[in-house]
Write a protein that binds this ligand. Sequence first.
Ligand code: F6P
Length: 560
Amino acid sequence: MPTPPIDPTTTSAWQALSEHASALRPDLRGWFADDPDRAQRLTLQLADLTVDLSKNLVTDETVALLARLADEVHLTDRFDAMLAGEHINVTEDRAVLHTALRRPAEAEPALVVDGQHVDDDVQAVLGEVFAFAEQVRSGEWTGVTGEPVRTVVNIGIGGSDLGPVMVYEALEPYVADDLEVRFVSNIDPTDLAQKTADLDPTTTLFIVASKTFTTLETLTNARLARQWLWDSLAAGGHLEDSDDARREAVAKHFVAVSTALDKVADFGIDPDNAFGFWDWVGGRYSVDSAIGTSLAIAIGPDAFGDLLAGFHAVDEHTRTTPVAQNVPFLMGLLNVWYVNFLDAHTHAVLPYAQQLHRFPAYLQQLTMESNGKSVRWDGTPVTTQTGEVYWGEPGTNGQHAFYQLIHQGTRLIPADFIAVANPAYPLRDGGTDVHALFLANFFAQTKALAFGKTADEVRAEGTAEAVVPARVFPGNRPTTSILAPALTPAVVGQLIALYEHITFAQGVVWGIDSFDQWGVELGKKLATEIAPAVQGDAAALATQDPSTRGLIERYLELRD
Ligand code: F6P
């Protein structure tokens, strides 16, 4: 029997936090004015990341009570249990060991879980992925005509797509000049059609990335890609009309990443061209496993190693740092504070780094697939609100779209602002450093959100009285600022691990299993059941509810 979760609402810290929240009158202007050390005290270093928590709606008492809550729900014990390979993914009876993927080769003592020598297995697969990446990068790996690979197409969805594509975009300056990676995820055939439209099949390598190797979208796209390969090779006179030739084409132009290597073989991909991982790596936690093969090719093994080291640095910080200075745990606890005590429903992530433009989308799966739950890990209902809606877009684009609501709307929206000091492209506009101008916005926005603008300040600008209310900024809008030296592989690893452990901390407080995702199953099953009706099967159509039947009938009428 798993250890039952502790109901956070029964802890003394929860009671104290409720009273504290009722009494609290957020006053960031006053708090900063009265406490010259506030910024310094609440700014922490997490590996390369400088994390300023001081513009959050917290006092020292809030932080102390949140740390007490962490203690009462045994947050650090559960983190240690995860690192040790206990089956904290209770509903699937699995260990949760993404942290093992980035342990250094020489880590001591060796990690053995359920009889598996985890470190040895991780290093063995990493070695295979790196060797393959070198073969592709050096041109040693060739297609059917002897041409080296120029384009890698990663076919996957969810965690088998979002992590690789997000990191690829983030580390674009590290990508080898003569290589490009494209990502196909959607079963909308437009995705594959557009991504292959201008490709030369002789220089294209497909990576079919799927933990389960059963995902409808990925297997459908993989079959479409295989057909595209055969057709376009044949059209160019590069493929004989024989099964052997087609098999050879797949062997040279397809590799796979999966935990289900038997299913990879069934698809027709040589198991020698497949990279494995394990059921203790959740899909949304898998970018640092063989799922990152497209990245290892694009940025090379050294940079991929730096990425892993970045993850590990944050794992170590989280493992060894007391809660009151533990950045991922504190940020997770702050989220609990906002969701459960200050009624926040969403959380914005606003990267002031164009290369991080897919980071909010990546975090949506990480956080919402992990913590969007209504039952706890023992099957009992949760006792309080859980996962908030994550969303965001890069600055400054968002400033000209939705920031109005964050500044002056009625809802409390905690926001994380992320920036790097040194851009990959340090362009100048005449005498102006454009990136510095960009970051002026990063600094200005959190300042405006925290301190606002009073009616008297608006009046002092000569504003007509009738318009004064519309131009007041209430302030006390909480933000966390994260500043890194540059968007290096290590920094990207640190950012991902930071949010993994933020998500973990929230899940532990709420007593939920952050590592299952049963909520995605029903829709998948119904899509399979509905498919015959959508193809015009009258009997299947008749079994649908009136709304669904009506929609499908209308679709069938509209279809050419
Ligand atoms: O349906 C959700 C999900 O299972 C995610 O958790 C996962 O990342 C995604 O589908 C893809 O799964 P797979 O890697 O097995 O194809």
